[in-house]
Design a binder for this molecule. Structure first.
Ligand code: NAP
Length: 291
């Protein structure tokens, strides 16, 4: 069994990005600039945005944070999105989700200029991904593809089962795995899938993105399978200072010894998700997707 070290790969990629930014700036280009809109004070969202800003600093990007209180109106938020769309200094921006219930997330996402949509959530980017055109791919699936590539994991002709069909993880993941560059044969499973245990146990590559701690047990995994654990659920723990720890969707102790490769939680997919946003921002700054 080989542990896929997402933390190390993410560190390597950050160094590569930082080097590229140094060269760009030395050659006279401006620093890539990522902006983030944060609404309210949700603990999770605060933490994610703080990480994104720290990541920008580490690779030499400029970053800006735009904050609104929970009672911001949809119109005010849309006005800010339009302002960022038209700000020539901003290469890409994100609106941290979830938003308060009185605001339509879809409306906000669709207001973002696809050329600056570095989260890859705009239907134009999703559509371009589906038909294999250059686009901003959403961060978690992009990070997983990068892990498979960097570990030179054979995907062509392999049977891949993706458990989960969300718009940000499962569905785009399944599309990417079926594309010509990857060539896997993909099945998408969800809460209505029958015989899930047998289906998972048939997979050469099993990608668990359902958000149910330790759901994938030893008897759901084939000998020699590659297992990618996307799940990150905060569960109570008396072993940590915070009183919580992150649990994946895979029962690691039961499953790991059967796998050829497996991602740990934490330290697997999570760091790659963070770095994928940096990759997209660099692509936006270089105008490499929409020329
Ligand atoms: P989500 O929107 O809640 O989607 C979960 C998906 O799993 C749904 O399609 C659901 O099916 C399916 N599902 C739930 N329970 C199931 C079951 N018992 N059997 C089969 N399918 C089941 O979640 P998400 O946003 O995709 O996130 C999934 C997990 O990944 C969460 O733990 C999240 O925290 C984590 N995550 C981690 C990262 C990272 O960077 N590591 C990034 C994003 C998300 P239905 O469609 O039928 O409801």
């Amino acid at each position: 069994m080989k542990l896929i070290d997402g933390k190390q790969i993410a560190t390597d990629i950050k160094k590569e990005i930082a080097q590229e930014v140094r060269e760009m700036v030395e050659a006279g280009a401006k620093q890539p600039h990522l902006a983030a809109i944060l609404v309210g004070h949700d603990g999770g969202s605060e933490t994610y945005v703080a990480f994104k800003i720290k990541d920008c600093e580490e690779v030499g990007f400029k970053s800006s944070l735009v904050r609104f209180e929970d009672d911001v109106t949809e119109e005010e938020l849309l006005a800010k999105v339009h302002e960022l769309n038209n700000d020539t200094d901003v290469d890409g921006f994100i609106v941290q989700l979830p938003l308060p219930k009185h605001i339509s997330e879809q409306k906000i996402i669709e207001a973002i200029d696809p050329r600056k949509d570095v989260d890859g959530f705009h239907p134009i980017n999703v559509g371009r991904m589906v038909i294999g055109l250059p686009c901003f791919v959403s961060a978690t699936p992009d990070g997983i593809v990068e892990l498979l590539k960097r570990y030179k994991i054979e995907t062509s002709g392999k049977d891949c089962v993706v458990v989960g069909r969300s718009n940000i993880v499962g569905r785009p993941m399944s599309v990417l795995m079926s594309q010509k560059a990857i060539n896997a044969t993909v099945t998408v499973a969800h809460s209505r899938t029958k015989d899930l245990k047998e289906l998972c146990a048939s997979a050469d590559i099993l990608i668990a993105a359902l958000g149910a701690p330790e759901f994938i047990k030893g008897d759901m995994v084939k000998e020699g399978a590659v297992v990618i654990d996307v799940g990150t659920t905060r569960v109570k723990s008396d072993q940590t200072k915070s009183g919580f720890k992150l649990k994946g969707d895979v029962a690691f102790d039961e499953v790991a010894h059967k796998c050829s490769y497996i991602t740990p939680v934490p330290g697997g997919v999570g760091p790659m998700t963070r770095v994928a946003l940096l990759k997209n921002t660099l692509l936006a700054a270089k105008k490499e997707i929409y020329k």
